[in-house]
Design a protein around this ligand. Structure first.
Ligand code: R7I
Ligand code: MG
Ligand code: MG
Ligand code: MG
Length: 312
């Protein structure tokens, strides 16, 4: 019903921001302890977000402005030229949010008037394989009606900064998984093998199919965060972060706090892996299942509520 739809939309956006904020203090660390995470989560004062949430809010706003347009197509939902400029302007206004080196250069060029299609190849000629597309993609799961549409929206929202095939596959993987998490009743745990089947079909790459199979294998073996990081990777590339986030969700679906702790305990790109895992957990379990003491402290709480209501 409508209440659970809004609860899940809020869960998706707040789960993402919460993962970003709780993971941010540990980004790049090899080892993180349970105490480190709980101290941050149960503290007082505002929880500050990074580029992951900042660009998610830009995409959510972009979609919210277009979701009522008719006829509705993926082209009308995402205007790539406008979105590229909006992302670049968010960086220009707050360049201190922790952006990657490649996108920083691209955004600098876009702001100074260079077309995005050439700007995004200035640093990495083959296109960036970073996880910057996947980290912000979750809102497309709220507007895409089916897996095909979600896949197309994921690609359009990513390609304005990340042209490398792995960055695009990673965003499709994360967006389709988020779409499935929204559709799965919050009372039903995700069954790894069944859950990933449509994700596996949506990523048009055998190496990504293998990655997803590896995630299922680790979920069925109850792998711990250290083992997961060693086998799947935990760095800023899409290939070595999106699968880890999916595993965090599958290991603890139904318990968003445990999903976030698993993602952060794995170390490495903690804000981004926790943001992606948090979007999945929140989309599945809903806003009411997130730790309220922490969600209330999120810097962007007001905007997150606004876009969740608009996109639900
Ligand atoms: O993908 P992107 O937005 O970075 C996201 C990460 C997240 O962890 C955020 O929390 C934030 O901290 O940054 O930014 P990019 O600069 O496009 O890619 C990130 C990094 O991936 C780059 O700085 C490079 O280190 C690496 N990288 C590459 N290295 C070599 N060759 C990406 N593409 C390449 C490549 O083609
Ligand atoms: Mg970040
Ligand atoms: Mg960073
Ligand atoms: Mg990060």
């Amino acid at each position: 019903d409508d209440m659970s739809r809004i609860n899940k939309a809020r869960g998706l956006l707040f789960g993402l921001a919460l993962g970003d904020c709780l993971g941010a203090p540990f980004e790049g660390r090899r080892e993180v302890t349970e105490t480190d995470i709980v101290t941050t989560r149960d503290g007082t004062g505002q929880l500050r977000h990074t580029d992951d949430t900042a660009l998610t809010l830009v995409l959510a706003r972009h979609l919210a402005h277009r979701v009522g347009d008719r006829p509705r197509t993926t082209e009308s939902l995402i205007d790539v030229d406008v979105l590229a400029r909006e992302f670049a302007e968010a960086w220009r206004d707050e360049p201190w949010r922790g952006y990657g080196g490649g996108v920083t250069k691209s955004f600098e060029l876009i702001v100074s008037g260079e077309p995005w299609r050439s700007a995004i190849r200035a640093v990495f000629p083959e296109g960036s394989f970073g996880n910057g597309g996947a980290m912000r993609v979750a809102p497309v799961a709220l507007v895409g009606g089916d897996v095909r549409e979600v896949t197309e929206l994921a690609r359009r929202s990513t390609e304005v900064t990340h042209a490398h095939p792995d960055a695009l596959h990673g965003a499709v993987c994360q967006a389709v998984a988020t779409h499935l998490a929204l559709a799965l009743p919050s009372t039903e745990p995700a069954r790894p093998k069944e859950f990933v089947r449509p994700v596996r079909q949506a990523v048009s790459s055998t190496s990504w199919e293998d990655k997803i199979d590896h995630v299922v294998d680790l979920a069925e073996r109850n792998a711990d965060p250290a083992e997961a990081a060693a086998e799947l990777g935990n760095d800023v590339s899409a290939t070595a972060s999106v699968p880890l986030a999916l595993l965090a969700f599958l290991r603890h679906s139904g318990d968003p706090d445990a999903v976030l702790r698993f993602a952060i305990l794995a170390g490495g790109d903690t804000d981004t892996v926790a943001a992606m895992a948090g979007a999945l957990a929140g989309a599945h379990s809903g806003y009411a299942a997130l730790p309220t003491h922490a969600t209330a402290r999120l810097e962007a709480a007001k905007d997150l509520h606004l876009y969740a209501e608009h996109l639900a």
